[in-house]
Design a protein around this ligand. Sequence first.
Ligand code: IVH
Length: 695
Amino acid sequence: MNERMSQTDIFAGAELPNSQEAFKRAAELRASLNHHAHLYYVLDAPTLPDAEYDRMFRELQALEAAYPELLTPDSPTQRVLGKVLEGFTPVRHAVPMLSIRTETDTEPTGALSFDQRVRKQLELADDAPPVEYAAELKFDGLAINLRYEHGVLKQAATRGDGETGEDVTQNIKTIGQIPLRLIGVSAPVIEVRGEVYMRRDDFEALNERQRQAGEKTFVNPRNTAAGAVRQLDPSLAAQRPLSFYAYGLGEVQGWELPPTHSALLDALAKMGLPVCADRTVALGAAGLVAFHQAMGAKRDSLPFDIDGIVYKVNSLALQQRLGFVSREPRWAVAHKYPAQEMITRLNAIEIQVGRTGKLTPVAKLEPVFVGGTTVSNATLHNVFELRRKGVRVGDQVIVRRAGDVIPEVVGRVAEPRAAYVPNFRMPRECPACGSAVVRDKGSVSHSCSGGLFCPAQRKQALLHFAGRRALDIEGLGDRLVDQLVDEGLVTSLAGLYKLGVAKLSALERMADRSALNLLDSLEKSKQTTLARFLFGLGIRQVGEATAKELARHFGSLDALMDASVEQLLQVRDVGPVVAKSIHTFFAQAHNREVIEQLRAVGFKWAEGGGAAAEQGPQPLLGKTLVLTGTLPTLSRDAAKDLIEAAGGKVSGSVSKKTHYVVAGEEAGSKLDKARELGVTVLDEAGLQALLAGAA
Ligand code: IVH
């Protein structure tokens, strides 16, 4: 944001407030902005429109620019400013940041052995009541110490070696979830400890942006978060969306500790810090096991990675009694889950053809247990990314499976290869249908150009062909297309038109009536326009607008089919990639065959001479028509196209300026209105006569 511009923006025409007013107003704005940031980032319940937040933000920026002495460290404007650092300043932790013992046994026994150790240390008798624990998620990010003095964030530091970390305050301030001022806290010192992490959706979106830009992708959310926090340029750090959860304390002065860890987390949440809701107070080992299992079942649907559960003795007094052993508290343990990243061998690379024709290199792996399931296939995204990661068949690779995201190969283990292995190449022909493979326009991916000919794309192609903006076949939806293709009833577009009532009615959940309706709409779809027909073919890069331009320019399908790339380039808005795609499509014999088959089942459209030749006859030039009711053979869209092709206009309402009303069955108030105004009413035959220029 440009501060100087916003300063003039905000106070343009208005008086700059005097310094006393400015002081008061800045304090109001700071409090309000911090309050709304808490509602927005932490509670996820905004009550202020973004635009109003931005306006207040700019007003505060402008005040601070006019009166620099108003600037305070808790001002929300301080989240984004900051200069590139040469290095981080070391910070000695007032209270060391310890780590916790890890229970690598992912089975319930992991919880049992921790509970037994605690009971033994506390010298509890076998029949003494169960110990109360706080159980919470073990976030997979990096530990941060936030130092608040008199409620204001003064410093943020990484863990480092536990004794000394690094000052990363600038970067941490870019995290919207981290309050710059705590709510209702005036204690001289409260250090809050927690985990900075990246949500999976933020990570995926970041990687997708990188992929589209042909740039290096990040390995996993944890490394990306750690990299962002230790980024010397705060503006780069701000571009990596980070989140935070508080889970403990460091140094405290002038604040009375609550009696339990769970009450402490409640208190931190009240101060405005994000505290994860997935936590519980558990009784004994059984309670811990139940939570470990419940969260294990929920793990995939959490929006972030966790690598286990942390169990803590809930009473702070008991924690103190238990103390530490070799830099680890005796009162806490991390109980792991199966790893989300594993190493395995890449046996082969195959190409998968998606519903849209996109070709994806897929890694065939030595089966490996990762993220809770056995994985033997993982995506390599695209050939450019695969190359950048340098993976080759035979390599040891790192596989990641986290959440609902499909397993992926994130990199290779750097070790010398025993023998030379050639780099992977994209095939020139689609493995599913043999059609030519083309590189997608402005993208790093490749696709099969086979379209409707390709069995992998058949369903999608049929749905596209039947779509409202294409051939508009009413009643041919997702479910029916699945049935038709899965049962082998339709293998080509023309095949749709060879279905009889008998075959259709035999389908599950298909009533006779719906079968008849479908046949009816199939019949109607044959009378169409060249533009719709072209769009319906699903030629890559040919959208509705391009199809219209092509139809207008060439006038006939044959002329288009025989056009050279140079001729195609003459068409408005058609560039080299689009021209090549169209040319490749029609150059393939199987695509021409599909078109022949469709012509053979009776497809028809009006063919003009094209823009290059003379314009076709325009019998409806200057005429306005209104359509109402259902016509016997033409769909509404088809009728509209025909009228427009003949130079006419279709309007939604009848007025004195309407030339004709075309009425079908169940025509309503528009027909009454036409009669009332004395507008000529036609049926479909009458319209056809007009179009033919006979009327
Ligand atoms: S408590 C003295 N609670 O796990 C106990 N740590 O080795 C201090 N971590 O690097 C840690 N989630 O960053 C605690 N809910 C949680 C945690 C958690 C993740 C990380 C922490 C530290 C490591 C512990």
